[in-house]
Design a protein around this ligand. Structure first.
Ligand code: NAD
Ligand code: LYC
Length: 615
């Protein structure tokens, strides 16, 4: 019997529709288990029926009454668990009593929703999945608790203005205990270049200079320029750049800082690095620094975004929440509930309802309809304007966005439980591996990301074990058109290659230490995160003008706003948290919860529209 924790069909895996016996709760670690989840094998588990593990149990238990005792127990447990995240079931509301409906409970959606709720708005969040968090969610298996996505948390310190995750939680009266990470990432790069990004800035610079002594001045100048931008950002109160009273107020209070940011808005990190640095190896290192936060090289990474992450890791540091990344979304969801708003899970929005061109409500796959004064979509812009609204009516602004930005590839993810003694003492939590050829940096399966969160929080795995989350870029096209058998076989082959590379570079004996392994592909991301092609987010088609072309939260559709990584400033948990703050501020102003000026609004929106044409 298997020991799956039933209520979390693996967010990154392929539609696990398995009978599980919850009674068999003792994990077994004495033999390697490699589960292959097969989305095709499951007869009644289609893409429409997104939450297959759960809906399968629910159908059986509630509908056909054919469920086993364990199914029934699982359903009860799921419902209890959902209540503890602040969920409740409501019928559709034809009357439109909500101020805002938020489609999706990723960090972007949750921050927008909670910020609105604390301003007094009545918010309804509709989430397709069974728990909150989207790509910042979690799942449990055999005593291991895995983060669905990244475990590197920026913006989670107790100082400054850029600790947006801490602030979002505090806004709803929540605080999480965090564990400081002494090393953001340990890079293992071509030509045996090994660099640790120490928490202390001086230690990092000293290490980098020791590898490139002839570039000491260039290193100091490049990173100092990043600090200039970071300090400007950190001095502002962060709200909607689409709201003129706030924006002009900031220019009045902090003119120098705002002008600094305006100056860097259209610039990219790679061209600034080239002002100071000549060594191609060092420039490639800066490419890798940018790649891990933008999935593109430094020449395509906006300088403001690069500065934000290259400095925050030393200013507030990287901090990991005790109990895993999923705790952030759980706490926000609970906070939302405490403030009189609500989340409905298993609520798959299939369309946005328009009335005379204005967004007024949403329709769910089960036929329910909900109405509100404003609609906020945390689905990607490709999903929002290609699926929730008719693709053939794509507004001009969205056409422009899609011309300038493409969907970044997705990931192949391997979640593993291993024997602890395979890791050398003092192993760092996060690693980035690109063995011997810089030209592979951006290629599919070229670079390997590895997080071992149990290095920081051992409670995430049974004693004597570690969690490894390995991921590498991969495109959906690579996984389509395969028979179920070939799909499974390919997952095993590709995962085997990646694990072998890690065994060779980092951890001899890794393969034989594996006790648990699950592999997710871009199809898994598409299925469970409801992201078109499983995309990680937008990336520029060519060389962007920094952040100038990124759309903000308002859209061409009256009453419809977007939030998340296909909005300014882009990919990343901290970035989508900022997008949530901006979005809530703009929506609150439009709803009358914040000051607004119609005249200034239209002037600013025109100016911003014009600025985007320059991108
Ligand atoms: N993939 C990763 O490895 C990973 C991990 C952690 C964080 N991140 C970061 O998080 C960012 C994304 O955060 P985000 O807040 O923009 O989005 P998200 O993808 O994390 O969350 C979106 C949420 O909306 C829900 N949703 C989408 N369409 C829906 C619909 N039609 N009906 C109901 N619910 C729907 C999804 O189920 C999901 O929970 C990424 O850019 C990335 O930087 C990524
Ligand atoms: C005219 C106008 C409009 C204006 C004027 C001027 C001004 C005032 C301006 C302003 C601006 C601002 C405020 C801005 C802001 C910005 C921000 C905040 C940004 C942020 C960003 C962030 C980011 C990008 C982040 C990202 C991150 C990420 C992605 C991460 C990731 C991670 C991972 C993947 C992990 C790795 C791992 C390993 C290695 C293992």
């Amino acid at each position: 019997m298997c020991t799956l924790s039933f209520m979390f069909p693996n967010s990154l895996l392929d539609g696990t529709c398995k009978t599980v016996a919850l009674g068999d709760s003792k994990p077994r670690y004495n033999k390697q288990r490699s589960s292959c989840f097969d989305p095709f094998r499951i007869g009644n588990c289609t893409d429409q029926q997104q939450l297959c593990g759960l809906s399968w149990g629910v159908d059986k238990a509630k509908g056909r009454r054919g469920g086993t005792v364990s199914n029934l127990k699982a359903v009860v447990d799921v419902d209890k668990r959902m209540q503890s995240y602040g969920s409740s079931d409501v019928e559709g509301n034809e009357s439109g009593s909500y101020d805002a409906i938020v489609i999706g409970s990723g960090i972007g959606g949750l921050v927008a929703a909670t910020q609105l709720a604390v301003k007094g708005a009545k918010v309804l969040v509709l989430e397709k999945y069974v728990i909150p968090g989207g790509s910042s969610g979690f799942y449990e298996r055999d005593g291991y608790k895995f983060d669905v996505g990244s475990s590197v948390m920026f913006g989670f310190s107790d100082k400054g203005n850029l600790n947006l995750i801490t602030q979002a939680l505090a806004a709803v009266g929540r605080k999480l205990e965090v564990i400081p990470d002494p090393t953001t990432v340990h890079f293992h790069l071509p030509n045996d270049l090994s660099v640790r990004i120490h928490r202390e800035y001086d230690d990092f610079v000293e290490e980098l200079v020791s590898k490139f002594p002839h570039e000491k001045e260039g290193i100091i100048k490049f990173y100092s320029e990043c600090w200039k931008i970071f300090n400007s950002l950190n001095s502002l109160e962060l709200k909607s750049l689409e709201e003129p009273i706030y924006l002009f107020g900031q220019f009045f209070k902090k003119p120098l800082e705002c002008l600094t940011l305006a100056y860097y808005l259209p610039q990219n990190a790679g061209s600034i690095a080239r002002k100071y640095i000549r060594d191609p190896g060092l420039l490639s290192f800066i490419d890798a620094e940018c790649f891990i936060v933008s999935t593109v090289n430094a020449l395509q990474t906006p300088m403001i975004n690069a500065s934000m992450v290259l400095c925050d890791r030393h200013f507030g540091g990287i901090n990991y929440p005790v109990g895993g990344v999923g705790e952030i979304a759980k706490s926000l969801a609970k906070g939302l509930d405490d403030h009189g708003s609500q989340i409905i899970y298993r609520a798959n929005v299939t369309s946005i309802i328009l009335d005379n061109g204005k967004a007024v409500g949403v329709k769910l796959s089960d036929g329910r309809k909900f109405y509100a004064k404003t609609i906020v979509s945390n689905a990607t812009r490709w999903d929002t304007f290609g699926k929730l609204l008719k693709a053939e009516n794509l507004p001009k602004e969205e056409e422009k966005f899609q011309k300038a930005y493409v969907k970044a590839p997705s990931f192949l993810s391997i979640h593993m439980g291993v024997k602890a003694d395979v890791l050398p003492p003092d192993t760092d939590c996060h690693h980035f591996v690109l063995e011997d050829d810089w030209t592979n940096l951006e290629k599919p399966y070229g670079s390997i990301f590895l997080s071992i969160p149990t290095v920081l929080d051992s409670s995430l795995a049974p004693e004597g074990h570690h969690i490894l989350h390995i991921f590498t870029t991969s495109s959906i096209e690579d996984w389509e058109g395969l028979s179920p058998k070939d799909y499974e076989a390919k997952k095993e082959v590709v995962a085997e290659r990646i694990i072998s590379r890690l065994e060779k570079t980092l951890f001899p004996g890794l393969k034989s230490s594996i006790l648990f392994k699950e592999v997710g592909t871009p199809k898994t991301h598409r299925r469970y995160l409801a992201r078109d092609s499983g995309t990680y987010g937008p990336m520029p088609r060519g060389t962007p003008k920094g952040l100038l072309g990124m759309p903000f939260n308002t859209t061409a559709i009256d009453g419809l706003y977007c939030v998340g990584d296909s909005c300014f400033p882009g990919q990343g948990v901290i970035a989508v948290a900022f997008s949530g703050v901006m979005c809530a501020h703009r929506v609150a102003a439009d709803l009358g919860f914040e000051k607004k000026s119609d005249v200034l609004d239209s002037a600013l929106l025109r100016l911003l529209g014009w600025l985007r044409t320059l991108a």
